[in-house]
Design a protein around this ligand. Structure first.
Ligand code: ZN
Length: 208
């Protein structure tokens, strides 16, 4: 597979086929951008990434280095093996949707992560009749002791990366979140591109 950097264009989604053992490097090119992530088993699109199974297995409501994204059948899908920003990634909030933007007062047709998920799948001739919960990379959602969640701009900086190792053959879907009403994609409220590349070994372990 390609080690060249591919781009998930701002406010759009892309799907990639990834083999077990391959490493996916996701670059927050501009630093401010949230990337919604899903995985589907290569041999059965109905086995999707599951955030409830993931929180259960990792005994944590955040996602961070060393943790594994689990499937709806409680099988390991992707393990985070490096994170240059060393941040807590959100597992709690839903992917944005046309209904969410309607509630925010936007005109119909606002791009959204849920539609991006289905658009990206259709490019690989795949389809699902529902939208699974997303793993929200770089999304800064601190949780207060009383359970209240906040929505803050990412703390990552331009060029920050995470590396995920595939634990099974899978389809990876990424959406460069189009949210431009709240500051979840930075104070400038300007969605940006996300970079993606596939590697046979962990690119974060390469030393000079
Ligand atoms: Zn979104």
């Amino acid at each position: 597979m390609s080690q060249e950097q591919m781009i998930v264009p701002a406010s759009h989604g892309e799907a990639f086929r990834v083999k077990a053992g391959q490493h996916v490097l996701i670059e927050n090119v501009y630093g401010n951008q949230v990337a919604d992530l899903w995985a589907l088993a290569a041999d059965d699109a109905f086995e999707t990434s599951s955030l409830d199974q993931t929180r259960s297995v990792n005994s944590n409501i955040f996602f961070a280095t060393g943790m594994t994204l689990m499937s709806s059948r409680r099988r390991p899908m992707l393990t985070m093996v490096a994170d240059s920003g060393d941040v807590r990634h959100d597992t709690l909030l839903c992917p944005c949707s046309r209904e969410l933007y309607r509630q925010l007062g936007c005109a119909d047709g606002h791009r959204n992560c849920s539609d991006n998920f289905h658009e990206a799948l259709s490019a690989l001739d795949l389809a699902l009749p529902f939208t699974p919960a997303s793993l929200n990379l770089f999304m800064n959602v601190p949780v207060a002791p009383d359970g209240t969640v906040d929505r803050l701009p990412p703390t990552t900086v331009a060029g920050d990366t995470v590396v995920l190792r595939a634990e099974m053959d899978l389809v990876l879907v990424l959406s460069a979140c189009p949210q431009d009403v709240t500051p979840i994609n930075g104070a400038s409220r300007t969605p940006r591109d996300i970079g993606v590349s596939l590697h046979d070994t962990n690119p974060a372990e390469v030393t000079a």
